[in-house]
Design a protein around this ligand. Sequence first.
Ligand SMILES: [Zn+2]
Length: 345
Amino acid sequence: MLQDKITQYSQEINEFTPTSAADVEQFRLRFLVSKGIVKSLFDEFKSVSPEEKRTLGKVLNDFKQLAELKFSEAQEQFAASAAKAERTADDLTLPGVGFQLGSRHPLSLVRKEIVEIFKKLGFIVAEGPEIEDDWHNFSALNFPPEHPARDMQDTFFVEKKDGNDIALRTHTSSVQVRLMEMGKPPFRAIMPGRVYRNEAISARAHCFFHQVEGLYVDEGVSFADLKQTLYHFVQELYGEGTKVRFRPSYFPFTEPSAEMDISCTICKGEGCQLCKYSGWVEILGCGMVDPNVLENCGIDSKKYTGFAFGMGIERITNLKYEIRDLRLFSENDVRFLSQFETEII
Ligand SMILES: [Zn+2]
């Protein structure tokens, strides 16, 4: 009798396959609570004969264990899905969570600012390829064949060809050549872009960086135009009252050439670590386009003159935001990048 019941319920338990957490609860209420089947069978056990007790005692205990095991397995199976259901049961009437906006890369911000200033002066934006041939990167720009920039130590060559090697451009001046070859003066353009040099990476040097090149070619363009244009640029970028000075320099593609300094943006000329206590920091190189370069590009150097300038965007950005390590620009560290202006387009 008791044995028959145990056999019957054991079968029921073995065949039990819950399809929901509610089934599991039903199982618990049927078998395991104080008025459940397990308890009632134990009650019944009390009244069986001593002989039967000997054999049925173990059978009944096994039955109890079977019911408990089945329950804990079923409970585990539905615990995970119950938690999941709880998570998705959001209150859909609550206001939505907005998207978190990223921020512009500091180099993009500064490049945009530089481009905007020159656009107002009538400069157009021109671009050129990053993989250049020898003519556009060196020869047309008046680099003599023995110039050290043509050395493997300074330039990443892609392909060595007799007389016209292919390399990653070392400056954006190559775009000047392409621009002048394509049309006739007047030219008034700025050329932002990435350039490559074969240098060891450190806080102060990198194997790639960004430049903005500027070119103005027309009849009667003079060094005074160059100075005034750059003076205006500096006032716009660093604020009214920023002083400039020009120091004579040498570049193969300009004659005369100069480097331009501005009064230190940190100490305002008083002297600090950034300006090495001189009160001045160099920001760009410039000069009158060498007549040879004009002729190389098919422009009559007797009729036309022009000025050109070039600056590193990293340098300008470092001064603007007081960044001391060039590597930060390319490490993609969100802690660094998120400090810059978020722009909604
Ligand atoms: Zn200073």
